[in-house]
Design a protein around this ligand. Structure first.
Ligand code: ATP
Length: 295
């Protein structure tokens, strides 16, 4: 749907986005992760057309520009306007015909669960309500692509769950979504794909299913420090690691779990727990970000 081709954006001497390339196909819900200052907002502003790249190109994959809805991270509203008046103004600016404006505004307010506050002045809205209003604004005109910068900033847990469900519905309905978030659980729940940025560069790119299927591992908890047995256990396989009272077997070493369990019992350890786990997004994120620090 949109192709980002070797895009670089500088602010004076600072390179905020550095030779970034990826394609977002129709219907994908892409999580854009990265630490503060990684370049997520700059990337969204480039895709929305608010900034021009210094080099590289952002183009529609199929020849015509899709409608784009943008929910910014920093929210600036005319506080003296009412919620419904403001959305009606956005609808008019989006060329919605006058007889469809009321319906369009009502639908957007319903999607973000803000109908009850439609007649409030924006200045009287809470932080969470303003977030919902910003999301409603991005939905006006049913754009094919939604850029959502920090969807649940300031929302309570119920609001966060509402937003996650809303984004899942939007993706299931065929709209394309790019969302940035610092909430890794939210990204795991919501996104089909992810990229991890650091200092403007992509450090990880893949589908969520692939990411979470990576590196299964088994952890065994015992009742005493494993240090006396560490040398013997780690000599069995390079993918066996000891940490305090826990032993982790990764990749091929998983096949040795029965043998390791029998050794541990033979050595007098009590087995407190055994768990088979998959990599979490937290681990993938930490690795992508650390890889940069170490490089
Ligand atoms: P956060 O998670 O904190 O919102 P981000 O990943 O969205 O961060 P950006 O806001 O895109 O990051 O910023 C990327 C880099 O560009 C940062 O070093 C930031 O200080 C810098 N930057 C952003 N906007 C400007 C600007 N208008 N002028 C100069 N530098 C800027």
């Amino acid at each position: 749907m949109i192709t980002i081709d070797n895009v670089t954006k500088r602010y004076f001497s600072l390179i905020a986005v550095d030779r970034v390339s990826f394609t977002v196909p129709r219907g994908q819900v892409l999580g854009v992760l990265g630490p503060n200052g990684a370049g997520k907002t700059t990337l969204f502003k480039l895709i929305a057309g608010f900034l021009n790249p210094d080099s590289g190109e952002i183009r529609p994959t199929h020849g015509y520009w899709p409608g784009i809805g943008y929910k910014p991270e920093r929210l600036l509203f005319p506080n003296q306007m009412r919620v419904d008046e403001y959305l009606a103004m956005i609808a008019r600016l989006s060329n919605i015909s006058s007889n469809a404006i009321e319906q369009t505004v009502g639908d957007a307010l319903a999607q973000v669960k803000l109908l009850d506050s439609s007649s409030k002045h924006i200045g009287q809205c809470s932080k969470g309500m303003r977030q919902r209003l910003a999301l409603a604004q991005s939905l006006i005109g049913a754009p094919s692509v939604l850029l959502i910068d920090e969807p649940s900033n300031g929302l309570d847990p119920e609001g966060q769950a509402d937003v996650q469900r809303m984004i899942q519905r939007i993706g299931a309905g065929g709209q394309t979504v790019l969302m940035s978030s610092h909430q890794l659980g939210e990204v795991t729940q919501t996104c089909s794909h992810l990229i991890i940025l650091k200092q403007g560069r992509i450090h990880y790119r893949g589908s969520m299913a692939e990411a979470l299927a990576l590196r299964p591992h088994v952890t065994i908890q015992v009742d005493q420090e494993l240090q006396p047995a560490e040398a013997m256990l780690t000599s069995l396989h390079p993918d066996i690691h000891i940490d305090g009272r826990q032993i982790t077997l990764s990749n091929e070493a998983i096949r040795l779990r029965r043998y390791v369990l029998s050794l541990l019992v033979g050595m007098g350890f009590d087995i407190v727990g055994v768990a088979q786990k998959r990599t979490t997004l937290e681990e993938i994120y930490a690795e992508a970000v650390q890889w940069h620090n170490g490089s």
